[in-house]
Design a protein around this ligand. Sequence first.
Ligand code: PLP
Length: 397
Amino acid sequence: MPGRNHLFVPGPTNVPDRVLRAMHRASEDHRSSAFPALPKGIFEDLKKLFRTESGQAFVFPATGTGMWEASLVNTRSPGDRLLAPRYGQFSHLFIDCAQRLGLKVDVLQTPWGEGAPVERIEEALRADTAHSIAGVLVVHNETATGVTSDIAAVRRALDAAKHPALLYVDGVSSIGSLPFLMDEWGVDAAITGSQKGFMMPAGLGIVCMSPRALAAQSTAKCARVFFDFADQIKQNASGYFPYTPSIPLLYGLRESLDMLLEEGLENVYARHHRLAEGVRKAVTAWGLKLCAKESKWYSDTVSAVMTPAGYNAADVIDNAFKKYDLALGAGLSEVAGKLFRIGHLGDLNELMLMSAIAGAEMSMRDVGMDVAPGSGVAAAEEFWRKRAAQTKVKAAA
Ligand code: PLP
């Protein structure tokens, strides 16, 4: 098909030309005396992305799933008790990972479309007077439902209960796109991967650990080899890795960090919010609902759009792919067939995102849904016309 594919799954995201060019490199000696400058700069700048002074960043040839495992095996022992709300496919899989590592998880079942139930978390922690709960696992942005949880409020719940549990936060579809304040929120393990906000292919697992979490290594008895932070700490200090790093991906990460820091993190967050608001205007104009049940949970990186009864969202997605070369995200597990997702994170601007809105609108009409032609496009246009102009003036000022 001529023209380009329009990629609007919520990761992997578009890889900008700058990052593509940066990754296009010949192999080099990762033990040379020149090599350490690259990792050392990356570790320093990653801390800016995580908004931490005291945390330590690690980069593994892995993905977000690997970082769930790394954060747990380096801090926990088999049989340790954890607390975790489950409100979507990724919180489900984070819990599954912990259970398969031999940890016991008190699961707080929460309806899909809602965020972390802060009051219930506080209640469970207050009830644990013996402090046997060693950690709380929370997914900041549940990519399956387009729900962003309030991590500052989870921290307040821990503090209010005067509970010492470590706070493990999955920021796979938030870090580098949404405000993520590791130090301010008292996050002990901040987990992500390269293929979303970092605008890269999958292949790097990135995790940042607080001093308290790193101290837990000394008592953690879970078996660890590839993911052992101790090996990384020893080698990373001088800019090396305990095994062969993926050199093109490291150059890609260098470029991606440069791009994010050049734009300015506050501008990155504001752009994601503006783009998301335009998508939400379109969804309202279509007469449809988001999976996120309340506006406080609306995600600025992904919108999960519910299709009405009688319409299979998978048909909308497949038709959009075959007819318009548009990739929308599928409904996962419990919501399969009930929703399609528009990813709006990474290297994106208004007119790129307009192609997803137009394509989704065309595809919904193709499968017979009662959506007025041009309604979503018009709503987003009018919103972005006003907001984009303000941004330009602000940028020039
Ligand atoms: N957590 C969230 C919120 C995700 O969206 C994903 C993937 O989409 C993962 C974890 C798993 O990450 P990966 O596919 O990089 O292993």
